[in-house]
Each structure stands twice: as structure tokens, then as C-alpha cells.
Design a protein around this ligand. Structure first.
Ligand SMILES: NC(=O)C1=CN([C@@H]2O[C@H](COP(=O)(O)OP(=O)(O)OC[C@H]3O[C@@H](n4cnc5c(N)ncnc54)[C@H](OP(=O)(O)O)[C@@H]3O)[C@@H](O)[C@H]2O)C=CC1
Ligand SMILES: CC(=O)N[C@@H](CCC(=O)OP(=O)(O)O)C(=O)O
Length: 341
């Protein structure tokens, strides 16, 4: 029977899965490395940075002393390294910028690996969206056609079936987790999402606007952030989305105001959110609101809501850690769902 299985199927039934992490010196890459390292069903094949990276050859723990228990070295992603990944790994995590992920995802996918991309390069099924929101033409429609949106609580069946997983964005994860259960009750009025992110959301590289002395709570990307169409696409409804940069390191709080269909009751909303009753990750509270501090460094999403039956307005707040549920721990959820470990 084994003779009829191809290499990928054989790898899939192997008990321990080996994962390569590309972009491992960045915030999400280092975070997912620590999660994979701690998981008894997974092993780290290797950690990679760009071929000419200033960090190549350095130990991850030298960049992040908090990871002093891990002895991994950052290797340059040369052609030989890519071939080694193909030979040794079952899956590859891309914790790289969108245009880098665009190329690497297609290459590793075509070599037969499972790809878990933390960037936005494969999150829209509609190829026409990429030039506007990401500034590039998507040149791999055949790989894009295989991509599934890695919102773990909602798309588990598809995540099992495909090798190309576009892990959901950070603000979209917070927003969609709150809004998707309410879909049957939404009207034509757009939900209004105001969200604040910690500065790690912008990545590790030096940028003026994330300097300590520059950061002060402010909106950005108003009526033009790429997460607006990501949320709208995966909700199936337009939204108004306003992100803010907050003066804290980690975490996202999205506060969402939405008018529900006439006749909607509190019981309807309770029932809608009961979809998360069996989830160890999503917790829903009525008339109690979440705090960012309660979710940072955890994979959890905390939701809190209040409804005014007279006006039909619901306010729901959603808190996650942008580096965890917004990227690395959701990536880990996708890996574990995909490989069934
Ligand atoms: N930060 C966040 O909260 C979230 C981020 N994301 C997404 O995850 C991805 C990574 O984000 P983040 O960790 O913040 O980014 P960082 O800027 O912190 O890290 C980027 C990493 O990519 C490496 N890199 C750059 N170019 C290449 C290349 N050509 N080949 C291999 N490695 C390369 C960098 O190392 P070097 O340059 O030294 O090679 C670094 O390790 C992005 O697409 C981002 O949009 C998703 C959800 C949340
Ligand atoms: C504070 C900050 O700059 N946040 C980033 C979002 C985080 C991110 O990298 O976006 P993805 O989840 O789509 O990968 C931004 O607004 O672009």
C-alpha cells in the first residue's frame, strides 16, 4: 500500500514533522520558532535569513536573549539551503515581507512542501487585488488557486486539505473572530472597526515612525489600509477599518460597532457566539470587555460584547497578541491542523 503514496503523503504520516523557518530573526519568525521548539510533535529543521543578512551565522539567542534555551543559528537562505529544506523538511514557515513570501511560497509549494505564509501575499483569492494593496502583480495564479485563508477556528477543514496556507493577518484575525459569528444578523450598514496595535506589528527593522520618541497613539492608513479589503473579503461584507499605532509593544484591541437586523435579541447573539464554546482559544464574555494585557504572550482571543436592543447597536471588543494569535500561534495552529498532530 505504501508504494502508492507519493513523497508528500509519506512525509505526512511521519509522526514528528520538521519545519523550516524563514525570516526567523524577525519578530514573528522568532516567536514561531519558540513555539515549534516547544512542541513535542514538531522539530525545527533550520532557521533562515536572507542570503546577505547582517544576522547570518548569528545565534537566535544573541538577538533575543529571552530565547537563551535555544541553540539555533541563523543560516543564509542560499540555493543549497533551499534544497536542504526541500530534502529534510515537511513544511516551511515564511515570516517574511509580502514580496519575499510571494516568490518563496511558490517555489517551496512547487517542490512539494507545505507552506505556512505569515505575510499577506496569498490572502486574496482575487488576483486583481494585489497591485492596489501590495504594490505587485501576483505572478503565481496557479499557487494562489490552492491557497486557503489560515483563520484556524473557521477554515480547519480546508487547512487540512491544502499545502498552501495564507495565515490570516493580525487585525483581520481580531476583527473576523468577533464579526464572523454575527454574519446572519448584519445589515447593509458597514461594521465600524477601530483597532489599536502595539509597535511590534510593524516588524523589527528600524523605521522612523516606530522610534521610541516618535510613537504616540494615532490613527494611520485611514480609509486605505490593506486589512480593510482582507476583512471585507473574508467576512463577505464591507467594513470601515481604522487602525491605530499604540505606545505599547504587543497586542491588538479592536473595538467594533455594528447595527444588527431589527428583531435581533441578546439570545440570538449568545447563540451565535456559542460557536466558540468548544474552543480553548476564543473566550466570549457578555457585558465584560477584554484587556490587551490578559492576552499578550498567549495564543488567546478574548471577546466581550454589549447589545442595545432598542437601537440594535452591538459593541464587541476583541483582544489578541499580534505576534501570537495574529501571526505565530495561529501559524502553529495551522501547522498542527494541517499535519493532524
Ligand atoms: N509583526 C506582526 O505583528 C505581524 C506580521 N505579519 C507578517 O509576517 C511577516 C514578517 O513580519 P515581522 O516578523 O514583523 O517582520 P520583521 O521585519 O521583524 O522580520 C522579517 C524577517 O525576514 C527576513 N528576510 C528579509 N528578506 C529576506 C529574504 N529575501 N529571504 C529570507 N529572509 C528574509 C529578515 O531578516 P534579514 O533582513 O536579516 O534577512 C527577518 O528575519 C510580514 O509579512 C508581516 O506582514 C503578520 C501578522 C502580524
Ligand atoms: C502596527 C503596524 O504597522 N501593523 C501592521 C500590521 C501587521 C502586519 O504585519 O500585517 P499582516 O498581519 O497583514 O502581516 C500594518 O499596519 O501594516
Amino acid at each position: 500500500m505504501l508504494k502508492t503514496l507519493d513523497n508528500y503523503q509519506l512525509r505526512k504520516i511521519k509522526l514528528m514533522k520538521s519545519i523550516a523557518i524563514i525570516g526567523a530573526s524577525g519578530y514573528t519568525g522568532a516567536q514561531i520558532t519558540s513555539l515549534i521548539n516547544a512542541d513535542s510533535n514538531l522539530s525545527v529543521q533550520g532557521l533562515y535569513v536572507s542570503e546577505n543578512s547582517l544576522d547570518k551565522g548569528r545565534k537566535l539567542a544573541d538577538l533575543y536573549p529571552t530565547y537563551s534555551h535555544m541553540a539555533y543559528t541563523l543560516s543564509p537562505l542560499t540555493d543549497e539551503a533551499k534544497q536542504q529544506i526541500v530534502d529534510q523538511a515537511d513544511g516551511v514557515v515564511l515570516a517574511t515581507e509580502h514580496s519575499v513570501s510571494l516568490e518563496l511560497a511558490a517555489w517551496f509549494y512547487k517542490q512539494g512542501l507545505a507552506v505556512f505564509d505569515l505575510s499577506g501575499a496569498y490572502r486574496f483569492a482575487d488576483i486583481a487585488q494585489y497591485p492596489k494593496w501590495y504594490g505587485f502583480e501576483h505572478t503565481y495564479p496557479e499557487v494562489l488557486a490552492e491557497a486557503v485563508y489560515g483563520l484556524a477556528e473557521w477554515n480547519a477543514e480546508q487547512i487540512k486539505q491544502t499545502r498552501m496556507i495564507a495565515v490570516a493577518g493580525c487585525y483581520p484575525t481580531a476583527s473576523l473572530t468577533a464579526l464572523k459569528p454575527l454574519k446572519p444578523f448584519l445589515t447593509e450598514m458597514y461594521p465600524v472597526i477601530n483597532a489599536v496595535s502595539g509597535v511590534t506589528g510593524a516588524g523589527r527593522k528600524a523605521q522612523l515612525h516606530t522610534n521610541f520618541c516618535e510613537v504616540s497613539l494615532t490613527p494611520y492608513g485611514v480609509l486605505g489600509h490593506r486589512h480593510q479589503p482582507e476583512i471585507a473579503t473574508h467576512l463577505g461584507q464591507e467594513v470601515i477599518f481604522t487602525p491605530h499605532l499604540g505606545n505599547f509593544k504587543r497586542g491588538i484591541l479592536a473595538t467594533i460597532t455594528v447595527q444588527l437586523k431589527p428583531g435581533t435579541t441578546e439570545a440570538d447573539i449568545e447563540k451565535a457566539y456559542s460557536v466558540y464554546d468548544s474552543s480553548p482559544i476564543v473566550t466570549v464574555k457578555h457585558n465584560m470587555f477584554p484587556k490587551v494585557d490578559d492576552v499578550v504572550h498567549t495564543p488567546n482571543c478574548h471577546l466581550g460584547w454589549k447589545f442595545d436592543a432598542n437601537s440594535g447597536y452591538l459593541v464587541v471588543a476583541s483582544a489578541i497578541d499580534n505576534l501570537m494569535k495574529g501571526a505565530a500561534s495561529q501559524g502553529l495552529q495551522c501547522i498542527k491542523i494541517h499535519f493532524g498532530v
